[in-house]
Design a protein around this ligand. Sequence first.
Ligand SMILES: [Zn+2]
Ligand SMILES: [Zn+2]
Length: 147
Amino acid sequence: MAVSHSQLKEALDALKETGVRITPQRHAILEYLINAMTHPTADDIYKALEGKFPNMSVATVYNNLRVFREVGLVKELTYGDSSSRFDFVTTDHYHVICQNCNKIVDFHYPGLDEVEHLASHVAGFKVHSHRLEVYGTCAECSAKEAH
Ligand SMILES: [Zn+2]
Ligand SMILES: [Zn+2]
């Protein structure tokens, strides 16, 4: 997987603008997130980078992710009691989730503005956002089940 240099550069510029110091760890975490298509947990990121940063802890990774989230670079996906997963914010997209291995895959679909408008109209809410997830069994898990 090639690093998307422009995405990384834009993210680093956004951090600079908000006055967030760019440490080597933050740089590495961002780079990992941009490349990862897997929506990693803080623990996944920690495991991937601990060789490079022996003094880094899971808590450090999590704190950095929180900084990124506050700046709006990263979305935190919480799923009940399981640990949060992190998604580098690009364009709006939806998720399809494997109920067997918990893999999350992105898919693009036009934003469901109509649903927001209807909800707003019916309930009299000022709507800010919505969340849509599709659940099923991924191709790999289906293949395993078939054998
Ligand atoms: Zn699966
Ligand atoms: Zn995603």
